[in-house]
Design a protein around this ligand. Structure first.
Ligand code: FES
Length: 120
């Protein structure tokens, strides 16, 4: 069983390493969550509720390795139902924690990217 894995964020195509046996501490969201790892590497994923599973702004799409994520709990499923652009491989970044059994690729939907850095 692997515990170290790579997580690639798209569309920026940034790959970072994570270790499921030493979950990334989180200000927002579950330790070791996709949001926690993104935050630790200055990758912006919107997270309006502060990572407590009370919004769906942290919606991400798992392009590869979805089976290595711990299953969504009911409250995550309920929130995801309200997420725009929902797909079968959608998760909430603040809730989704990988077990490290394979590398994962995560797409941040365009509406969740930091708008401050874009032209408006
Ligand atoms: Fe609100 Fe993830 S930040 S549900």
């Amino acid at each position: 069983v692997m515990s170290r894995y790579k997580i690639t964020f798209q569309p920026m195509n940034i790959t970072v390493e994570a270790d499921a046996s030493a979950p990334e501490p989180a200000h927002d969201g579950k330790p070791g969550s996709i949001l926690a790892i993104a935050d630790a590497h200055d990758i912006d994923i919107d997270h309006a509720c502060g990572g407590v599973c009370a919004c769906s702004t942290c919606h991400v799409i798992i392009k590869e390795g979805v089976n290595s994520l711990h299953a969504a709990e009911d409250d995550e499923e309920d929130m995801l139902d309200n997420a725009p652009g929902l797909t079968l491989d959608s998760r909430l970044a603040c809730q989704a924690v990988a077990d490290g059994s394979c590398d994962i690729v995560v797409e941040i939907p365009s509406w969740n990217r930091n708008e401050v850095s874009e032209e408006h």
